[in-house]
Design a protein around this ligand. Structure first.
Ligand SMILES: *[C@@H]1O[C@H](CO)[C@@H](O)[C@H](O)[C@H]1NC(C)=O
Ligand SMILES: *[C@@H]1O[C@H](CO)[C@@H](O)[C@H](O)[C@H]1NC(C)=O
Length: 253
């Protein structure tokens, strides 16, 4: 009984008292006033000065592609995904499956003709609906499809593998319905408004910009390009050696 009373009194006291030094020490540096009041100004200033800078904006990588183009499949599976696996903290990926397809019709439903035939239109649509339905799992599902012998047939298996909670039927409802049609129209508009206009696929846009040089660098090593373009402190994956450590030593933690 006694301990309950003491506990209650302490709680009320801590809540009522506005002295910041009674709160968690992690908050003492929150303001100049509290740092002074708690007598830790010097420590707070030092801690603030050595704290790593806030993370910079991640490098935006957009890929304009079409589901059955061999070069697109190769880039997506052997370059883009492995790079993203290592650098996902500093890069974001946007996929726009449309490529060299054509849209016709000024009103819904739009119709699409694809470079590699109807199968490719279906692949583009399935991937678009996967992005709309599975969110953050989409990149891995699309990788799984593009890495498979038959892109379209692999769809249900890849969804099951990476997003077991998603019903394949819900993806096909999108594919066959007005929503898929509208989403593919948005891909057409996005692809059609590229500046400069795309001349081939895979077409890469980095931080909103496409140049021959960026494209060549992305093809040669997207990994090196993303590391070099990231403005924040380089992550270890980029080859940054942690401070005061020598790689060949075994440190006593
Ligand atoms: C430490 O940095 C934080 C965030 O930048 C700032 O709000 C705070 O006032 C700084 N504290 C001191 C004591 O300078
Ligand atoms: C799915 O598409 C609709 C438009 O048809 C959009 O409003 C919604 O935000 C999309 N959802 C995701 C997760 O992209």
């Amino acid at each position: 009984m006694k301990s309950v009373i003491v506990f209650t009194v302490l709680t009320i006291w801590a809540n009522v008292d506005s002295t910041p030094c009674l709160s968690s020490p992690s908050q003492w540096c929150d303001s100049l006033d509290s740092a002074i009041e708690c007598g830790v100004l010097k420590q707070c200033l030092e801690a603030n000065a050595t704290r790593p800078k806030a993370l910079a904006q991640s490098v935006q990588v957009e890929l304009y592609f079409e589901s059955l183009c061999p070069g697109c499949r190769q880039f997506l599976t052997t370059v883009l995904l492995p790079t993203w696996v290592l650098l996902q903290d500093i890069m974001s990926v946007t996929l726009v499956p449309f490529g060299n397809a054509q849209e016709s019709g000024k009103e819904k439903p739009y119709t699409f003709v694809c470079q590699h035939g109807e199968e490719e239109c279906l692949g583009n649509m399935i991937e678009t609906c996967i992005m709309n339905t599975t969110g953050s799992q989409a990149l891995q599902i699309i990788y799984c499809m593009e890495a498979s012998t038959n892109v379209v047939k692999a769809g249900p298996m890849c969804v099951e593998l990476y997003s077991p909670q998603t019903k394949w039927d819900s993806i096909m409802a999108c594919v066959k319905g007005a929503q898929g049609n509208e989403l593919m129209h948005q891909n057409a508009v996005k692809t059609g408004s590229l500046k400069p206009a795309h001349e081939y696929v895979p077409w890469v846009v980095i931080d909103g910009v496409h140049t021959d040089e960026l494209q060549d660098k992305a093809m040669a090593s997207l990994f090196t390009l993303v590391c070099s373009m990231y403005k924040g402190p380089k992550p270890e994956a980029c080859g940054a050696v942690p401070k005061k450590r020598h790689r060949s030593y075994c440190h006593n933690e």
